[in-house]
Write a protein that binds this ligand. Structure first.
Ligand SMILES: Cc1cc2nc3c(=O)[nH]c(=O)nc-3n(C[C@H](O)[C@H](O)[C@H](O)COP(=O)(O)OP(=O)(O)OC[C@H]3O[C@@H](n4cnc5c(N)ncnc54)[C@H](O)[C@@H]3O)c2cc1C
Length: 420
């Protein structure tokens, strides 16, 4: 059933995918409101020092570029085959996009969505057509005031970066972890610049087996080459020499920077470094801060007690399911994405071509409520923004009930073609 314009769409989260979804809706004449808990692209701001794997070719949409050019005049875009840092992505594309007339007055920063519900119906009301009742957001502003916002359609694009996983055995909190939670570094630190003083000449324990942990280790070792006494212990669960977990499921052709990164990590693991100790097939049993040093008991292959200055936990993220607890939304017990999405993601990358329609795998059971972007992948860490664009394009074909609707094709340049 078509949702005719100017129906009201509420987008939760003004990250890259929320901005693109709101823009697409505005171009089509929907009444769109975008709610952001912090500043626009709050999560990307937190890792902006990182060199991205994707090239520019896969980091803008044709619609976004057209909106920026019609607002600020034509511009020289970067070489499409180079990769930016998060900061360059923000400054060159995402923030100008947010400042276009199409979006600027529709973004409410410092408005955190606390819950999404259906008025008049409880989650447990299953014998009714839930579509008959309005979707509502409960929104908290910067002063703590709350308001209720009704919408015809809701997109949850809140990402996963705000919910880091625990360190301990089985993914639960390690003994002592909840007590010292605030002291543990749970984001990728900028050890070569902003956070340099803090890490130089110190002993750091990095926990995690994915690309973020590997990036932290690589950067800390570069710091160790310049600042003596800097030492890194890298704890992860995977067997040594297997490569960071996420890279095994990644389409390395599409994100060329990944192959180069993988080579660097493998070289580190094979040749070693005097300032590095690697503890594979290991995990954290307990953690204590004695007001001067951390004491961390490791279990598994590297059973030992480690003592040092910083603990950096980069063990993945999970989606906030609490936000839609009162809706009837399905979730895979393994990945916490939708069941249809989990089934699709279980196939190797080559067998899930990007051109295939995304909309079926966004169905979660609750009518007119959709989870897009990084959060649509749940606990998986192999989401890329480019896939978010496909989700947006395909979802609007359903909302508009027009199979041939494709605004990206209308604005496409020779720079990009979705699905290539
Ligand atoms: C270190 C790193 C490197 C990466 N490199 C690449 C790369 O090279 N290529 C690539 O395609 N992808 C990369 N990614 C993945 C990248 O995060 C995504 O492609 C992109 O940021 C996903 O956008 P999103 O809008 O889905 O989520 P996010 O960027 O996480 O944005 C979610 C937004 O929602 C807001 N929010 C959260 N909760 C609420 C709430 N309750 N109410 C209101 N607002 C809320 C947040 O503040 C945030 O602004 C990388 C990620 C990391 C961490």
């Amino acid at each position: 059933m078509a949702i005719d314009t100017p129906a009201r769409i509420a987008v939760i989260g003004a990250g890259p995918v929320g901005l693109e979804a709101a823009l697409y809706g505005r171009y089509l004449g929907y009444d769109v409101d975008l709610f952001e808990q912090g500043e626009t692209c709050q999560h990307v701001r937190q890792w902006q020092h990182v060199a991205m794997f994707s090239t520019w070719r896969h980091l803008t949409s044709p619609l976004g570029r057209a909106a920026i050019e019609s607002q600020f005049g034509s511009r020289q875009w970067p070489d499409s085959n180079t990769s930016p840092t998060g900061r360059e992505w923000l400054e060159t594309y995402l923030l100008p996009l947010a400042q276009t007339d199409l979006l600027e007055d529709h973004i409410r920063t410092h408005h955190r969505v606390v819950s999404v519900l259906r008025t008049e119906h409880l989650k447990t009301d299953s014998q009714v057509d839930r579509r008959d009742w309005t979707l509502r957001l409960v929104v908290e502003d910067a002063s703590g005031g709350e308001s209720a916002i009704d919408a015809d359609v809701v997109f949850d694009t809140t990402g996963v970066w705000g919910q880091p996983n625990w360190l301990g055995a089985g993914g639960a909190p390690a003994l002592g972890e909840r007590q010292w939670h605030e002291r543990i570094v749970r984001w990728l630190p900028d050890v070569l610049e902003t956070d340099r003083e803090r890490f130089a000449g110190r002993r750091t324990l990095v926990v995690g087996g994915g690309t973020s942990a590997a990036t932290a280790v690589r950067d800390l070792l570069q710091l160790a080459d310049q600042e003596r006494q800097t030492h890194v212990t890298w704890v992860h669960r995977r067997p040594r020499r297997e490569g960071p977990a996420f890279l095994l499921t990644c389409d390395t052709d599409r994100h060329r920077g990944i192959s180069r990164f993988l080579e660097q990590v493998q070289e580190l693991e094979v040749s070693g470094h005097p300032a590095l100790e690697i503890c594979g097939e290991s995990w954290v049993e307990s953690i204590t801060w004695d007001s001067q040093k951390w004491r961390v008991v490791l279990g598994g292959h590297c059973e030992q007690e480690w003592e040092g200055d910083h603990v950096v936990a980069l063990v993945g993220y999970h989606p906030d399911l609490e936000l839609f607890r009162e809706l009837q939304v399905d979730a895979s017990p393994v990945w916490e994405c939708g069941m249809a999405m989990a089934k699709w993601l279980e196939q190797p990358p080559a067998q899930r071509p990007l051109g295939a329609a995304a909309v079926g795998r966004l169905d979660r059971g609750e009518p007119d409520f959709y989870i897009l972007g990084a959060k649509s992948y749940g606990r998986r860490s192999d989401f890329f923004y480019w896939e978010g664009l496909l989700q947006i394009r395909d979802l609007f074909t359903r909302l508009g009930d027009r199979a041939d609707l494709d605004l990206y094709a209308s604005y496409e340049s020779n720079w990009d073609q979705l699905g290539t």
